[in-house]
Design a protein around this ligand. Sequence first.
Ligand code: G6P
Length: 363
Amino acid sequence: QAAQKGGYRHFMLKEIFEQPQVITDCLAGRMDRKHNRVTLTELEALPTPSRLHIMACGTSYHAGLWGKYVLESLARIPVNVEIASEFRYKELVEEPGTLYLSISQSGETADTLAGQRMVRQKGLPVLGLCNVVGSSVAREADSVLYTQAGPEISVASTKAMCSQLVMLYLLGLYWGQNRGTLSAREMSQNLLTLETLPQTLTSQLPDMQKRARQLCPEYSRARSFFFLGRGIYYPLALEGALKLKEISYIHAQGYPAGELKHGPIALIEQELPTFALAMQNHLLDKIGSNLMEVRARNGKIIALTNPGVELDIDEKWEIPQLGDPLNSFLALPALQLFAYEMAVYLGKDVDQPRNLAKSVTVE
Ligand code: G6P
């Protein structure tokens, strides 16, 4: 096993550090830079949908929520995202032009598979977004996009989510180009930044790990955490909270920052820190004022942000400004490394957290 870990202490750490390669592999053969187009041959037999309905569980569900923001913005396709265990027991409301998308790393999650089977029984089209080749979700879907993340061993999913985000982004560009919602200039800019992403991430990961480690002595004493974000960073806040819960066993809740005032703010005090995703974008002022509310109640704040951003917080964690949604590909590993370092600091079994399974194949 030590050899398989390639010199890393845990599979989770190895898989976090594999993300630049995962991005490269996901993009391989998908980008036509000469014509500024995205090629997804797997989708050629399917019509461009007028609506998308995503079903998934766990980390894959968070990827789906992120995909909603990105697909609606790039391709102007309305997207609905549902937790598969809820979706499978609901009455399906059929709407013409809807494509169903199952997102699953393993392709064996019982609830996702059941949701997909329900849809297919009605003769409706399903696209699978899977990592494991030949898995049940992949075999039973009408068409499948593979995420090219390679085998993921650690129970807590990291690189698989990164690959799902890349593929959802490519889907947004692909349908955007087909529907004419993106100009040639926008396509070219998006493809160019995607192309340079692996290199940027590779150069950032070691510093991110150090920064995460620095935060442990003080913040590992917390019994609970809030993770706050807005827009595309809201699903990432959910994922940051999930990762922390899964491997460090510290309770954490992800929230859209604007909802704080509708209840959760009652919990804020010095012992309940907030991890905020506060990137330089059109929502920065909004999240900045949410953080002032936290501050006014003595809540400690760690903020993942971009250089030049002024915030009244305790810990500033800067990542380069790549713009939206590209910043997500730096924010995600920062959140993963924060959870990882906290779990290591607390002496937890990172790769095999208690009570969890890599793939939940029973209900
Ligand atoms: C389990 C795993 C999670 C994963 C979820 C969905 O709960 O522990 O890491 O996100 O299943 O798995 P899937 O294979 O469908 O993406």
